[in-house]
Design a protein around this ligand. Structure first.
Ligand SMILES: [Zn+2]
Length: 330
């Protein structure tokens, strides 16, 4: 087989438009190891082909261990996730209402779910990592199902709201995952999704593809895959640094099934953006330096913030109680 045909090999068809017409984007990942990343030339969806790992096994126990070197979250991780949880709540607050039944997919250490339960919402979490799921049950008394969305059997029209923060990119079949969520949501139920933006230029080009991210999205592909699964996008936002995409979807009644999921020109645009973002381009931009300073500041702040606490629940109670006063609860 010649070089050109190897570059066109595609073992997994596009999860959005089902095409096998791909272009190789990269052969190396953030870990500086072999990771083949391809883009669908018909719609712009990006994925790892072949898969670098089996997510079913990987997320059970390896992921947190390799990522953070822990089985259960440390106090600094809990504080950090607690601050993020407060920000996330502010983003979705105006869409929530009293009595809303919420499902948090990829509940991690349980910080976001714990905030929601403190505010009076009825919550369920799904978390594949055994250690983190166990910790959040024990520490905060949360209701967590251990496993992957694809393997869980849940009745239809069960939830008013589903949240999924930085999870879709880790799944093996985003369309299938979104289809399950669509079934679990009540009609006109809301789905909040945040994923990394593949077009982001706030990180070094070498750090763009991560072996735990089986898929990468831009705004157009994440929107379209949601529509394919029976949702209607009502809010789309790109974070200030360009690093994250936030989409609010509503479950709709699908009248007419669309069958063409190609997005004209999207792949070509993404390729152009990625090619322009070279190492030189990155290191003459202010991003790497401001990121470094932010990280140092964060480490110092975190050390100070967790001083005197010995448990996760104490930390979250302290910082959440300070903020909760400002939330409107009706
Ligand atoms: Zn495609």
């Amino acid at each position: 087989m010649n070089n050109q045909s190897i570059q066109k090999l595609c073992s997994i068809p596009c999860n959005l438009c089902e095409s096998r017409n791909i272009e190789e984007l990269s052969l190396i990942g953030r870990e500086r190891k072999y990771l083949r990343t391809v883009i669908c030339k018909e719609c712009g969806l990006i994925w790892s082909d072949p898969r670098p790992m089996d997510p079913r096994k990987y997320y059970k126990d390896k992921y947190r261990m390799e990522y953070k070197g822990v089985i259960e979250p440390k106090l600094k991780h809990i504080y950090r996730a607690g601050i993020v949880a407060l920000d996330r709540f502010k983003k979705i607050e105006s869409f929530l209402y009293k009595g809303a039944k919420i499902l948090d997919i990829g509940s991690g250490g349980g910080e976001f779910m714990y905030l929601l339960t403190k505010l009076g919402y009825e919550t369920t979490g799904i978390e594949p990592n055994i250690g983190y799921a166990k910790y959040s049950r024990r520490e905060y008394g949360l209701n967590i199902i251990t496993g992957l969305v694809e393997d869980i059997d849940m009745s239809a029209s069960e939830y008013d709201v589903v949240t999924m923060w930085h999870v879709l990119e880790h799944t093996d079949n985003p369309f299938l995952v979104l289809s399950h969520i669509n079934r679990w949501l009540k009609n006109e139920g809301t789905l909040f999704i945040e994923v990394p933006n593949v077009e982001a230029i706030c990180q070094a080009p070498i750090n763009r593809f991560h072996f735990a991210h089986l898929y990468s999205f831009n705004l157009k592909t994440v929107e379209k895959i949601g529509i394919k699964a029976g949702f209607y996008p009502i809010v789309q936002e790109i974070s200030a640094d360009g690093g994250n995409l936030f989409i609010i979807f509503q479950k709709t009644k699908v009248d007419k099934v669309q069958d063409n999921w190609k997005i004209k020109g999207n792949a070509q645009n993404i390729i152009k953006i990625l090619k322009k973002h070279t190492n030189i381009h990155h290191y003459i931009s202010p991003y790497p330096y401001s990121r470094f300073l932010k990280k140092i500041k964060r480490i110092i702040n975190e050390r100070k913030a967790i001083r005197g606490f010995s448990r996760g629940k104490e930390i979250l109670d302290y910082y959440y109680n300070k903020e909760i006063l400002h939330f409107k609860l009706d």
